[in-house]
Design a protein around this ligand. Structure first.
Ligand SMILES: CC(C)(COP(=O)(O)OP(=O)(O)OC[C@H]1O[C@@H](n2cnc3c(N)ncnc32)[C@H](O)[C@@H]1OP(=O)(O)O)[C@@H](O)C(=O)NCCC(=O)NCCS
Length: 161
């Protein structure tokens, strides 16, 4: 992902999430700057961005609040996938699985032990297909962590090793 992709990435986000889950452009750009090696896009043949995945090195159990900045961990053990989305026009072509697979291979190569995420919008079945299972997230303050997401949000985990 490049900074020049921001507008297209926000367009995909707008097409994939309800208003209450839209994250501000400034936060999205700051995430790319904080973790450029683990933020990737999928492009159509003409080069148009049609999917993205934002991730960063984190620690087991930690959840990024909805709308919060990434805070890459100095002693990371977990590749945290924060947001995966594919534009409606490009669904069902294997792009989401390819984006996730690319970063899982990178996390493995970096020696991270785990990958974790928060599943939303009935996507748990997709993540189970990639080996993730529901797991307890770390405790955090009221309204933070999982509680910053819609009620169906689920912390999910898989081993990378
Ligand atoms: C979830 C999402 C990224 C999947 O994108 P996609 O392009 O359809 O995914 P792929 O084509 O790579 O699908 C890979 C497999 O997952 C399955 N799958 C896709 N979405 C699924 C879902 N919601 N539940 C269960 N399985 C799903 C596909 O059927 C396919 O399985 P198959 O290979 O056995 O046929 C897409 O629906 C999306 O962008 N949703 C809106 C944003 C969102 O909620 N993201 C999840 C954030 S946690």
């Amino acid at each position: 992902m490049r900074e020049a992709d921001l507008s297209a990435v926000l367009g995909v986000q707008a097409a994939c999430y309800p208003e209450a889950m839209q994250e501000p452009g400034a936060v999205v750009l700051a995430r790319l700057r904080a973790a450029p090696a683990t933020c990737v896009v999928a492009c159509e043949a003409g080069g148009a961005v049609c999917g993205y995945l934002f991730a960063y090195p984190s620690v087991l159990g930690a959840v990024t609040d909805l709308g919060a900045a990434f805070a890459p961990a100095a002693r990371a053990d977990t590749l945290y996938l924060h947001d995966l989305a594919v534009a409606p026009r490009a669904l069902g072509r294997g792009l989401a699985r390819a984006l996730a697979g690319h970063l899982l291979a990178l996390g493995q190569a970096q020696g991270l032990a785990w990958s974790a995420l928060v599943s939303v919008q009935d996507s748990a079945g997709f993540w189970e297909g990639l080996g993730y299972r529901a797991a307890p997230a770390a405790d955090c303050a009221p309204g933070r962590g999982l509680a910053s997401y819609p009620a169906d949000a689920l912390y999910m985990l898989r081993a990378l090793a």
